[in-house]
Design a protein. Structure first.
Lengths: 335, 324
């Protein structure tokens, strides 16, 4: 079966006045139909830039290169902006972090939901309007008819994000990219939105790429996770692989930084010391080597390749090299 | 731990007049905090949680005297702060300090880190000259930055480092009590743990008391001894940390807890979430009776007629709910 999305060796550089920032440094992603993939990492790790590069939404100072970018078997590498515009909306929907800045404050909600429908289908205004009402009802907005006439500032944050989702799914895309969809929202509203996304995924059978810094959200939503750091993939696997058979020291570090809530005991948090690498001048070896407790000599000078641990689980760490030894089956134990 | 109360907040009310103006006839009030009482013990940490707009930050700012309270009392070490004039309040500014949420906007971009940390030393006439330089150097080391950072500007630092500068500034005057207003919410997960560990270490070392304001319930559980849950300007539940997290009573607390995403796939598969309907009502026009009744699935007639008072249900567990 053909994958829905196939990306090989994606690289994105930004030319800035300080030099070239290497935001994404060789990333492979493949996504099955109907799958929910999580991309997790800290700010500046390149998780958003990865998706923006694929969709060609970056500014002019970005230089994107890749061996392959395929969506539904269509090669996107040499496609121009005009083609991308027909694809965005109908094939791929996007939900951004901050709904207030991604909705146009000068147009009504109804206007903004009907726009992609009118562009991508041959619906008449009247039908598009009916469809908009139906979409608003689908995303759980009460009294949708009257909401169509409202402007974004008249809605609460959670409501705005629901409108964003309604726009994103208006043409029933095959892929929904949600970039930190709930970061600007409160936890009870966050739970509503995540619940809605799971619900929609089951209803219209779209694939979802969920970009988040929150491992909690990822673990509740996704089937597979990619952990990014310093513009590279550190570890990739099913959620059970990532959470229970953690292989990469960075993933382990992320999990240790979160206070455990389930048992009454309070353990001291184990932070990752230092801060992420400067991508203007990325380290020669593993990007995490400077902060890693297990770092060896080779980590600072050579990049570790992706090593397969099981069929679903891969990790980029020198400790998995047969000569490094001492780790049982690529699984890091506590401490 | 000493059980002596360091800070006592009694029935604190903070209303903002949002219809002020020469030609406006009637006053309209936003009731940000509407009758909150809580105590912070010496050397302890009180965690105040709630969603945005629930009034938790306003409580913190009123304690610091940044707002003049509409009603109620803030008693610090036996002295009533709400009745003090600006001049009388001055010595307390040395004892009570604050760490802000966003270290980018709470540090002056035109000043070096040395000037920022040194400012409170000059304002309170603590030291000057060589002694001052020494103290700044000491503080910088204390929060884990390097001496050559002193001459740099805030924009040259990462978020975590900036928050360390904010902490060093708060520590400069050797305070007793620190209001931490969402000190970690703008930071990455791995950096959050660094800052929390610093705060804990200093509490042990210097005996600070914290009012820790946050929406991150798992972090609050980690750092606090006592926790209060706020909703729409009211304290709806309060208890010792383990009692609250293991035996939560208020429907809002339950919904809030169940909404926290837990980084454990097995737990997520097993448990089902309580999803609240709708949004938080506007504090300008709050619902009658119980503030939570519009989103509460157990709501009865009495909830809209009468405002529930905080009651002790045993083990110092306070809940404001009619149904319990």
């Amino acid at each position: 079966m053909e994958n829905l999305l196939e990306i090989k060796n994606l690289r994105t550089n930004f030319t800035t006045s300080n030099g070239v920032v290497q935001a994404v440094r060789g990333i492979n992603i493949s996504l099955d139909k109907g799958e929910c993939l999580g991309i997790v990492g800290e700010s500046g790790c390149g998780k958003s830039v990865t998706m923006m590069s694929i969709l060609k939404l970056l500014d002019d100072n970005a230089v994107v290169s890749a061996d392959e970018i395929k969506f539904k078997g269509i090669d996107l590498m040499d496609k121009d902006a005009k083609f991308m515009r027909t694809l965005l909306g109908s094939g791929i929907g996007m939900v951004f972090q901050d709904p207030l800045t991604s909705l146009n404050p000068l147009y009504t909600i109804g206007n903004q939901i009907m726009e992609p429908i009118k562009i991508h289908t041959n619906m008449s205004s009247k039908d598009a309007r009916a469809k908009a009402v139906e979409l608003l009802r689908l995303v759980g907005i009460p009294s949708p008819e009257s909401r169509l006439k409202q402007y974004p500032h008249e809605l609460s944050g959670g409501m705005r994000q629901r409108v964003m989702i309604a726009i994103a799914i208006s043409c029933e895309p095959d892929l929904l990219v949600a970039d930190e969809p709930t970061t600007a929202l409160d936890v009870t509203i966050q739970a509503q939105i995540l619940d809605l996304m799971v619900d929609l995924k089951n209803k219209i059978n779209t694939s979802i790429i969920l970009i988040s810094h929150d491992l909690g959200i990822i673990s509740g939503m996704c089937e597979r996770v990619i952990v990014m750091y310093g513009g590279m993939v550190m570890e990739e696997g099913s959620i059970d692989d990532i959470f229970y058979k953690t292989s990469h020291p960075y993933t382990k570090g992320l999990l240790n930084s979160i206070p455990k809530i389930e048992n009454g005991k309070r353990e001291k948090l184990v932070p990752i010391f230092g801060s992420p690498p400067d991508l203007l001048n990325p380290p020669k070896g593993c990007p995490f080597s400077g902060r890693c407790d297990y770092a060896m000599k080779i980590c600072g000078s050579h990049l570790p390749g992706m090593k397969e641990i099981s069929q679903s689980h891969r990790s980029a760490c020198w400790m998995l090299h047969p000569k490094a030894a001492t780790l049982s089956k690529g699984v890091l134990t506590n401490g | 731990m000493d059980n002596h109360k360091l800070l006592e907040i009694k029935d604190l009310k903070m209303y903002f007049n949002i219809n002020k103006g020469l030609f406006k006839k009637d006053n309209k009030f936003l009731k940000a905090v509407d009758g909150v009482s809580l105590n912070v013990n010496r050397g302890g940490t009180y965690g105040l949680v709630g969603e945005s707009g629930c009034g938790k930050t306003t409580v913190g700012r009123t304690v610091l005297g940044l707002y003049t309270a509409t009603g109620g009392e803030v008693i610090y070490d036996g002295d009533n702060l709400t009745q003090k004039s600006e001049k009388e309040f001055f010595p307390y500014r040395k004892k009570i300090q604050m760490i802000f949420q966003d270290p980018m906007t709470s540090l002056d971009p035109t000043k070096t880190v040395g000037e920022i940390i040194g400012a409170p030393l000059s304002v309170h006439n603590i030291c000057s000259g060589k002694e001052r330089t020494e103290r700044i150097r000491y503080l910088i080391n204390l929060v884990g930055l390097k001496p050559d950072h002193i001459s740099r500007y805030p924009h040259e630092f990462s978020g975590g480092q900036r928050q360390r500068v904010g902490i060093a500034r708060a520590l400069a005057v050797e305070p007793e009590f620190i209001v931490c207003d969402e000190p970690i919410s703008s930071l990455d997960v791995s950096i959050q743990a660094q800052i929390i560990n610093i705060l804990e270490e200093f509490q042990e070392k210097f005996g600070f008391s914290y009012l820790f304001i946050s929406h991150d319930l798992s972090m609050v559980r980690h750092i606090s001894q006592k926790v209060g849950v706020m909703y729409l300007g009211h304290l709806v539940e309060e208890a010792e940390v383990d009692e609250l997290y293991n035996n939560m009573q208020h429907p809002y607390t339950k919904a809030l807890m169940s909404a926290i995403p837990i980084a454990d796939p097995d737990i997520n598969r097993r448990s089902s979430r309580i999803i609240l309907e709708g949004d938080v009502p506007s504090p300008i026009n709050p619902p009658s009776g119980c503030p939570f009744r519009t989103r509460c699935s157990y709501s009865k007639d009495i909830c809209s007629a009468e405002k529930p008072e905080l009651r002790n249900i045993g083990r110092n567990h306070m809940v404001a709910c009619h149904i319990i």
